[in-house]
Design a protein around this ligand. Sequence first.
Ligand code: URA
Ligand code: CA
Length: 432
Amino acid sequence: MRMDSIIEKKRDGLSLSEEEIAYIVTNYTNDMIPDYQMSALLMAIYFQGMTIEESASLTTAMVESGDTVDLSAIDGIKVDKHSTGGVGDTTTLTLAPLVASVGVSVAKMSGRGLGHTGGTLDKLEAIEGFHIEISNEEFVNLVNKNHLAVIGQSAQLVPADKKIYSLRDVTATVNSIPLIASSIMSKKIASGADAIVLDVKTGAGAFMQEASEAEELAKTMVEIGKNVGRDTLAVISNMDQPLGYAIGNALEVQEAIDTLKGQGPDDLTELTLVLGSQMVVLAKKANTMAEARAMLEENIKNGRAIEMFKTFVEAQGGDSKIVDDPSLLPRANFQHEVKSERSGYITKLIADKVGKAVLLLGAGRQDKDSVIDLSVGAILHKKLGDSVTKGDTLFTIHSNVENNDEIVTMLLESIEIGQNKVSDTLIIKTIE
Ligand code: URA
Ligand code: CA
């Protein structure tokens, strides 16, 4: 096989065979294909696209480029969830214990975050004593016993994706649906998921800004899943504004606890129930979404969901007293209220800008070596469509420095107040 003729084929809009795709991925990962040829191929894919069969072959070849996690020692169907990234997105912290409470096995492999707030691991480390350095054996035992455990990524998963993504990043080829879809699906499959639930974000701040693009990405991933024997469902959700009210690691842990007790924000609760229902159906613990949702709602009401969170935290060394006494979570030294300078309705609340302000407070990593401050962040007091009167509090900043002028300016720039009440739809569509 020759790389130049493969590039030519894709340039001319023809489909590549499974063997050709495997050849490309293996040899590029092993440094046998140079960056200039791979760049040309990626650009050809960017313009010509890929069929579902090609995308599925690409996904499989990427999975096979490195280690895969074997979860076969865990009973039942392992369902994983992936979100394409949201500001203040606390759904892993709410979903995992909630679905585990109805008997779904959640063997969660998590990473540290880059950007506005930490990843799930960082957030969990806001709980005193909680640790993710457990052996694979302990991980398997905990999931079999409690239905839920979280471990840090140790295996060398999908090295092909790391290498290809770095090249895409500097060749203007990130934004290609088959490349994004195979990148995301390969990582979930290599982590051992039998079935996958996807939360594809759209709107300002999401990288699929148009709902139609988000839908195409979701459909592509669902079809790849079918092709490679992993049942996949997806939700297209709106990220025109941050999810919930809390942004920042310890603040989000608190928000997740409230939600598991049935006292969380409406949007976070709704997204958790929709994604959770899909997970329960994929795990074959319910036959319909309605049945699954009723089971989840019941466990929030009867306290089993928050009990599962306590069990999970204790099993990994954490202090579960934070559930009843949130003052035990890390707290910032200063709280600063940001007041509205005018009256009207919130017409815009740009998630991206709020995320950047929180990053600057120290809640997220600017680069992979940054040390994050788990206590800082922001609490929103108003959401899209809410009415405001001049002098109302829009945000509370939780900070460890006294002067927060720059953050105040950024937060005020994230909000627009007008005279018309706008509404937004959280769940745009579900894809099955
Ligand atoms: N996230 C991924 O994991 N891969 C992409 O290609 C884009 C976003
Ligand atoms: Ca939140």
